[in-house]
Design a protein around this ligand. Structure first.
Ligand code: SAM
Length: 643
């Protein structure tokens, strides 16, 4: 499957942008804003539906994001008519995303939307394939707006939608100009994903579209079109059965996430205050949950998240297989959060050079460049270009992550939990977690208990000490990072090979790290400092040579928690005995079809196994868990969460 994304080619007729691919306008030449509001917002009766919704979340799916005009109008209306703490999820697909400068030019036309458009422009993702989850804060309004933007073809997107939808905006150019999109299968798929009484609106009233909607089970309401147009289509899901199981659940029933009891009080316990725990707490607090973080040590980021400078980039395979899609999405998600959350003294997106240290890696990177076409964010560079970027002599070619960063994780953890809904309790060595009726209890070393509706275990390798989680296949890998005083060091970017080194922070150069397989020892060893220094001199000699060689080395050791396939373990916890019995046929054939969902331990979740890549994986996993708990659309491509 092609993973390439083609930017929209746009030409202008007066003030109206026209797609050169489809030879059609992005919005009405008369009054784009009014037509959008009429066709999609008013005809779907959004304002009155939100007011009558009892504070429930609302989700909208749009085919064809284009300039985001429909999204911005919806968001504006949401600010006026939604209820406190209500969440809007706006899912949109775009096969030919508009480039940044065209987007600015188009949105400049609507001064009344300028405050919102600026936020969209600031967060608008690079044009790389896949799922981009963007959060928009609403200043004095509590409810959050999340835009789930998928860059790719609609055929690829629909099967990944994991929650039924309240309203559809069909806006993919005129059916005559884009017949490929307006197929019968589109309407059949939409019908499967629409809630009872959910709506579909579209500007077209072409007879084949009306026929297709009727045959997919929708009831059509005769509605006058905008301006001079005689008619448009409003369709209502009146099918008694409502939405069926979306494909992704039907094909992988063990991924159906459990529903929380109706009467819960929005209280959560998070165990562990590293990057996984803090980002999970952040994601829940944003949704109005009261979160208590229970941390064994005296401060946040005391374990593997405690190094002074962590590196944010993504190790990607030569093709965008699900593992790479996940890390790419996680990398971009983290960068976006950092931009909005952390001041520049605590992180720097100075770029990361992933250098090819072997001939095999040179070939692999070449193939990566050809197959993934991610040049807008990851550029292949030769040794000379790498040297110019880094400001020191580099002998290897490499991949340059233009916005890759170093981050001071402790500061990020603190920023993530700065929320009135989050309370951290330090020096809580949780011995046991247990059920009390429908609630969860966490018992500390003195026998005190904390109570909540859900518990999310985020304490890395220590999670296995809880009886419910002893089956988890996590493994410890201890490692040591080194630090040396180097106030005059010249280095402009992060360098990665087998090891890494970051530009100095407060005159200190940080580099490493060692790997102690299956070790949980946090002892700092002089020998490992020396090994780290030797590796630095071997891999990055132009950095090593700038050190005097006599300065003492300091640093710290910590334990990374990894999984057998080096991807995180995040989500609800199944009952292992039932899981093995229910899905035992899979050991005979992986093609076996199942129809029952997995049995879960209600209210128990984990966010673990991030190894040394937690900066790129943990925040997106935190968001995933919060979305699962709140039964919201997944922030992650279905293929990733389906494994
Ligand atoms: N709603 C948009 C707005 O507010 O600016 C205008 C959408 S424009 C009329 C139609 C969009 O559908 C274009 O951006 C086009 O690239 C996109 N599109 C067309 N075919 C598609 C497909 N098969 N999959 C995804 N997007 C598609």
């Amino acid at each position: 499957k092609s993973t390439m994304i083609k930017q929209a080619q746009i030409h202008w007729s007066n003030n109206t942008p026209i797609s050169s691919e489809f030879d059609d306008v992005y919005f009405s030449t008369d009054n784009g804003l009014d037509e959008t509001r009429y066709v999609f917002l008013e005809s779907s009766q959004l304002a009155s539906r939100w007011q009558a919704s009892n504070g429930k979340n609302f989700s909208i799916c749009e085919t064809g994001f284009g300039s985001g005009l429909s999204f911005l109008c919806t968001w504006q209306l949401w600010l006026e008519h939604s209820q406190s703490e209500q969440q809007l999820h706006f899912l949109s697909v775009e096969k030919f995303p508009i480039g940044h400068s065209d987007l600015k030019k188009i949105l400049n036309q609507w001064p009344e939307l300028s405050e919102l458009s600026q936020q969209l422009i600031d967060q608008y993702p690079p044009l790389v394939p896949g799922w981009h989850t963007l959060h928009f804060n609403n200043l004095d309004h509590q409810g959050c707006v999340t835009l789930h933007l998928f860059f790719g073809d609609i055929d690829e997107w629909l099967p990944k939608i994991n929650r039924p939808v309240d309203a559809w905006f069909l806006d993919g150019f005129a059916p005559a100009k884009n017949p490929e999109m307006w197929q019968q299968t589109l309407f059949t798929d939409i019908a499967l994903l629409t809630k009872p009484l959910g709506t579909v609106t579209t500007f077209t009233a072409a007879s084949n579209i009306k026929r297709a909607l009727r045959s997919a089970g929708f009831t059509l309401k005769k509605t006058p079109g905008y301006g001079k147009k005689r008619e448009m289509v409003v369709a209502i899901q009146t099918h008694n059965n409502g939405p069926q199981a979306p494909y992704y659940v039907a094909n992988n029933p063990w991924h159906e996430t459990p529903k929380l009891k109706e009467s819960h009080s929005k209280k959560a316990i998070v165990i562990g205050a590293g990057i996984a725990g803090c980002s999970t707490a952040h994601a829940l607090a944003k949704r109005g949950w009261q979160v208590q973080i229970l941390e064994k040590e005296e401060s946040v980021a005391s374990g593997a998240s405690g190094n002074t400078q962590g590196v944010l980039y993504a190790k990607l395979a030569t093709e965008l297989i699900p593992h790479s899609q996940f890390y790419l999405a996680g990398y971009l998600y983290s960068l976006n959060l950092l931009k909005n959350q952390l001041s520049k003294e605590h992180w720097n997106n100075c770029g990361v050079l992933q250098l090819a240290m072997t001939e095999k890696e040179v070939k692999r990177q070449r193939s990566f460049e050809e197959k993934t076409q991610l040049q807008s964010i990851i550029q292949a560079v030769n040794a000379q270009q790498a040297s110019d970027i880094a400001g020191v002599d580099i002998k290897q070619s490499g991949l340059y992550f233009k916005n890759g960063a170093w981050v001071y994780p402790k500061a990020w953890c603190k920023a993530l939990i700065e929320n009135k809904h989050i309370k951290v309790h330090y020096q809580q060595d949780i011995q046991e977690i247990s059920n009390k009726g429908f609630n969860w209890l966490a018992h500390n070393q003195s026998g005190d208990t904390f109570e909540a509706d859900v518990v999310i275990v985020c304490n890395a390798q220590q999670a296995k000490s809880f009886s419910q989680l002893s089956f988890l296949p996590t493994k410890p890998i201890a490692g040591q990072v080194s630090q040396v005083n180097a106030p005059k060091m010249k280095l402009n970017t992060v360098l990665c090979g087998g090891s890494y080194v970051t530009p100095t922070l407060n005159g200190q150069l940080n580099f490493g790290a060692s790997y102690r397989l299956n070790s949980e020892s946090c002892q700092v060893l002089n020998k490992e400092h020396q090994d780290n220094l030797n590796t630095l001199n071997e891999e990055f000699p132009s950095v090593g040579i700038q050190l005097s060689g006599t300065e003492p080395l300091s640093g710290r050791a910590s334990v990374r928690c990894t999984s057998p396939d080096y991807t995180p373990i995040a989500g609800p916890i199944c009952d292992p005995q039932h899981f093995i019995t229910d899905f035992s046929a899979l050991t005979k054939s992986k093609k076996w079809k199942f129809y029952q969902s997995a049995q879960f331990i209600d209210g128990l979740y984990v966010n673990l196994g991030h190894g040394s890549r937690g900066l790129s994986s943990a925040p997106l996993c935190g968001e995933l868990i919060a979305a699962q708990i709140c039964q919201e659309p997944s922030p992650m491509p279905g293929a990733c969460s389906n494994g």
